[in-house]
Design a protein around this ligand. Structure first.
Ligand SMILES: Cc1ncc(COP(=O)(O)O)c(C=O)c1O
Length: 404
């Protein structure tokens, strides 16, 4: 087998290739992590290596795969290695796998942790396709999903008997409640239950799940890491306990991300820090404006001081990104008039790209433990446009709503 240090998901390898990397702060990591120019004739960026076959010099080298850094395009190339090293460093991971979408990252993490006969605990406000996988695909693996109130906190201890894994997401999709992550993780740790967090909203710039006792950090790199609405990619990063199982499952599934997607994601990382600052600022400007609109019943953004999750957000995250929601006074029909009138906010799924987006939250489908009783929810993604232009667009939307 090739040298362990040269394989994807061995972040210590990156630390050795770049001197001083262990002490770098986040902005320096974002700028340099995964780069090793002198391995590539001094070119700053790693090459985009498209590969299936890798040739060996002789049969012994092929059989033993000794002395050769790469053996097959599915498992490792210089391009895969560069992004894996960068993500290992950003999350403080022992190992990271890349997959073709954020949803594949979710399902890979879940399949790493679940066991036949063991339950999977999932928050009621989870990203809807995660719920669909749990409901429609997990039963075939002998796994039952139990949904819990995302605000249950330490009370999760009563549900952990018979569980093989605890799924976490913060804040929740569409409703943006902040779960008490330390309480949930502490309960799982003392019950010996594996934990995983969909950290797509916060990214490792705001919260590093593995440093807080979570076993698997899930990221839809489609959003902020890639940042340009032009590709799909996901990653799962693991601590030492979870890495062997994650690595083996990834190898067995054969679900590597595409080369071009990996390369573009690495490029996206270089500007992610400054993009996130701007997304945060735009979203907060818009959210504060919405708070004063008579048409708005409640803004769902944990960074706002009167949000019910604010204290937890401040303690655990302290910074926010571009995605939040608001509850409209009125009916779905009015929400549709509002959305149809928007020009800068595109109507489209996904988020994390440079542009602003809006969707109508499908609340009934994603609530079974505590049904949603408030009005229609509109989810917004604040892009990199000027905040005042975004506000003018929403203002026009409210005018159209009033006109019927
Ligand atoms: C919280 C969260 N997790 C995972 C995903 C899935 O990402 P992808 O679209 O890359 O499958 C999304 C996508 O919207 C998401 O919002």
């Amino acid at each position: 087998m090739p040298d362990e240090k040269s394989k994807p998901g061995t972040g210590q390898g990156a630390a050795k290739r770049q001197s001083g990397v262990g002490n770098w702060r986040m902005d320096t990591l974002l700028t340099h992590a995964g780069l090793s120019p002198h391995e590539f004739h001094g070119f700053v960026n790693p090459p985009l290596v498209r590969a299936s076959t890798v040739l060996f010099p002789d049969v012994d080298a092929m059989l033993e795969r000794k002395g050769q850094r790469y053996s097959y395009g599915l498992t490792n190339t210089p391009t895969i290695e560069a992004l894996v090293e960068a993500l290992d460093l950003l999350d403080g991971a022992v190992g990271t796998v890349l997959v073709p979408s954020g949803l594949a990252a979710v399902t890979t993490a879940i399949l790493t942790a679940v066991r036949p006969g063991g339950t999977l605990l999932v928050p009621d406000n989870v990203y809807a396709p995660t719920r669909r996988f749990c409901d429609e695909s997990l039963p075939a693996f002998g796994v039952e999903t139990i949904y819990y109130d995302p605000l249950i906190g330490a009370g999760i201890a009563d549900r952990l008997g018979g569980a093989s894994a605890l799924f976490l997401e913060a804040p929740g999709s569409h409703s943006f409640e902040m779960p008490d992550l330390p309480a949930l993780v502490a309960a799982a740790l003392s019950a010996g239950v594996m934990t995983m967090l969909d950290n797509t909203w916060a990214t490792p710039l705001i919260y590093k799940p593995l440093e807080h006792g979570v076993d698997l950090a899930i990221t839809a790199g489609t959003k902020y890491q890639a940042g340009h609405s032009d590709l799909l990619i996901g990653s799962v990063s693991a601590n030492a306990a979870a890495w062997p199982a994650l690595r083996q499952l990834h190898k067995n599934l054969g679900t590597q991300a595409g080369t071009e997607e990996i390369w573009l994601t690495l490029r996206g990382l270089r500007t992610m820090g400054i993009r996130l600052e701007r997304h945060e600022r735009s979203a907060l400007e818009v959210a504060r404006w919405l708070q004063n609109r008579p048409e708005v019943a409640r803004v769902l953004h944990p960074a706002l001081p009167d949000d019910p999750g604010h204290a937890i957000w401040k303690r655990d995250f302290g910074r926010s990104t571009g995605l939040f929601g608001f509850v409209l006074h009125g009916e779905e029909r009015q929400a549709k008039s509002f959305l149809n009138a928007l020009r800068l906010f595109g109507l489209g799924f996904s988020w994390g790209g440079f542009e602003s987006l809006a969707v109508l939250g499908e609340m009934a489908e994603c609530r079974t433990v505590r049904p949603w009783t408030e009005g229609p929810v509109i989810r917004l993604h604040g892009g990199l446009e000027d905040g005042q232009d975004l506000i003018a667009d929403l203002d026009a939307g409210f005018d159209a709503m009033a006109a019927g």
